[in-house]
Design a protein around this ligand. Structure first.
Ligand code: C5P
Length: 400
C-alpha cells in the first residue's frame, strides 16, 4: 500500500509565483495514493491554470469565492469535513497572516477555520519577507497551534535574490505530507466496529431502543481509516452521516448485529464493540400493529447474545476492545467487564451527564487493560477517536 492510500488532501493554492509548481505537486501526491481537491485563493489563477489542476487532480477546482452556486455543491463545511489534511502550497505571507487572524474572508481561509483536519503550510516568499518580524511571529503562532510548517528551502529566488523563502520541491512536500500520517500503525489491518443502538421490534411500528447516536463508533471508524485500516462498520439505526470509506453493514436488531459480526469475524484483526446493544428483546414481535384494547400489557423479554463476549471467546479471537458506559463506579465496573468478557482493552466512559456519553459531541474515557489505565480527557469525539485508535494500535502491535 502506498503512503497516502485512502488519504484526502485538500490543497489550497495561494497567489505566489511558486503556484506554477502545483500541478506537479498534485501529481506527486496522487502518485503516493492521495485523492486531491484544490481550492484556489484569490489571484492564484494568475500563476497557474485552473484547467491544468483540474486535469491532474480529476476534480473541478474550487474558486476562492463563496457564492450561492459553489455552496450548493460541495460547500465550505463539506470540504472542511472531506479533508484528512489541508495543505497550503504555496503559502504566501498574506495567507499565513490571515490564518493567524482566523479570517474567514474567502473559501480557503474559511475551510481552515472550519476544519478539524490537520493543516500544513509550505511557505513561499521573498527572503526579506520571510525574515520580516511579522512573518516570524506569524509562523511561531501557527506552529504553536499545531500547524505543520513544511520548509521553506533556501536558494535563488524568482525575484533574483538569494536566501530562505523558496517553496520546497513538490516531491519533498508530498513526502513530508505522507510522513505526517506515519504515526498510523494500522496499515493493511482489518478492523470491525459495531456502533449505534439496536432496535428490538414489538410490532411493525414500535420497538425498544436507546439513546446511542453512533457518533463514537463512527468517529472510531473514521480514525481507523485515517490510520490505514480496512474498516467494516456494523451499524444499528442512526441518523448521522456514514463514513464513506468504510464497508457499512446496516442492521436493526441485536440478533441481526450478531449474525453480521459473526459472518466475517474470522477475517478481522481487531474488533471494537461500541454499539449499545439491547440486553433483552421481546420474545414475540407482532406481525400487525398492537391495538390498545387491554388496560395493561406485559412484554416478556429474552436475553440477547453478548456479541462482544462471543467474539472474545472464539478459539482464535481478534484483538478485542469493549466499551463500558456506566453512570457510577465507572472504572471498577469496566475492569470487571474486561475480565469477565476476556477483553484486551476496555474504554470506560461516564454516561448520564449532559456533557459526555450518549448523543453528546464530547467524550472522556479511561482506557483499561489488565495492567494499565490511561486517562483520555474530555474532548471532541473525533479527536478522542484518533487518540483511542493510536492507543489501540500500540497495544495491538505490542501483543502481535
Ligand atoms: O455488558 P455491557 O453491555 O455493559 O458491555 C458493554 C460492551 O459489550 C460494549 O462494548 C458493547 O458493544 C458490548 N455488548 C455486545 N453485545 C451485547 C451487549 C453488549 O457486544 N449484547
Amino acid at each position: 500500500m502506498k503512503s497516502l492510500t485512502n488519504k484526502r488532501v485538500l490543497l489550497g493554492v495561494s497567489a505566489g509565483i511558486a503556484a506554477y509548481k502545483t500541478p506537479d505537486l498534485v501529481r506527486k501526491l496522487t502518485e503516493l495514493g492521495a485523492e486531491v481537491q484544490i481550492i484556489l485563493s484569490k489571484n492564484a489563477d494568475q500563476f497557474v491554470a485552473p484547467l491544468s489542476l483540474q486535469a491532474v487532480s480529476g476534480h473541478a477546482v474550487h474558486n476562492y469565492a463563496m457564492t450561492a452556486e459553489s455552496e450548493s455543491g460541495m460547500g465550505h463545511i463539506d470540504l472542511a469535513r472531506w479533508a484528512d489534511i489541508v495543505l497550503i502550497a504555496p503559502a504566501t505571507a498574506n495567507v499565513m497572516a490571515r490564518l493567524c487572524q482566523g479570517n474567514a474572508d474567502e473559501l480557503l481561509t474559511t475551510v481552515c477555520v472550519a476544519t478539524e483536519a490537520p493543516i500544513a503550510v509550505a511557505p513561499a516568499m521573498n527572503q526579506q519577507m520571510w525574515q520580516n518580524a511579522a512573518s516570524e511571529a506569524n509562523i511561531a503562532t501557527l506552529e504553536s497551534r499545531g500547524v505543520h510548517i513544511l520548509g521553506p528551502d533556501a536558494g535563488e529566488q524568482a525575484c533574483g535574490e538569494v536566501g530562505p523563502g523558496r517553496m520546497l520541491q513538490p516531491a519533498d512536500i508530498a513526502a513530508r505530507v505522507a510522513s505526517l500520517f506515519q504515526n498510523t500503525q494500522l496499515t493493511g489491518k482489518r478492523i470491525m466496529i459495531t456502533a449505534g443502538p439496536t432496535w428490538e421490534a414489538l410490532d411493525p411500528v414500535r420497538g425498544i431502543t436507546n439513546h446511542s447516536s453512533g457518533k463514537m463508533g463512527y468517529a472510531l471508524a473514521e480514525a481507523a481509516i485515517e490510520a490505514g485500516a480496512e474498516v467494516t462498520l456494523v451499524s444499528g439505526p442512526t441518523y448521522i452521516a456514514k463514513p464513506e470509506r468504510a464497508n457499512i453493514v446496516d442492521v436493526v436488531s441485536a440478533l441481526d448485529m450478531h449474525s453480521a459480526v459473526m459472518s466475517t469475524i474470522d477475517q478481522q484483526d481487531i474488533f471494537i464493540g461500541v454499539a449499545a446493544v439491547a440486553d433483552y428483546r421481546p420474545v414475540d414481535s407482532a406481525d400487525q400493529k398492537i391495538k390498545k384494547n387491554a388496560d395493561q400489557m406485559t412484554i416478556t423479554m429474552v436475553k440477547n447474545p453478548d456479541i462482544l463476549a462471543d467474539v472474545a471467546s472464539r478459539d482464535t479471537p481478534p484483538f478485542c476492545v469493549g466499551f463500558a458506559a456506566e453512570t457510577n463506579d465507572v472504572v471498577e465496573y469496566a475492569r470487571g467487564k474486561l475480565e469477565h468478557k476476556k477483553l484486551d482493552l476496555i474504554a470506560a466512559n461516564h454516561v448520564g451527564g449532559s456533557e459526555t456519553g450518549f448523543g453528546t459531541t464530547d467524550n472522556a474515557i479511561t482506557l483499561i487493560s489488565n495492567d494499565n489505565a490511561i486517562e483520555l480527557p474530555r474532548q471532541h469525539k473525533s479527536a478522542l477517536a484518533r487518540q483511542l485508535i493510536s492507543e489501540i494500535s500500540k497495544a495491538f502491535n505490542e501483543q502481535s
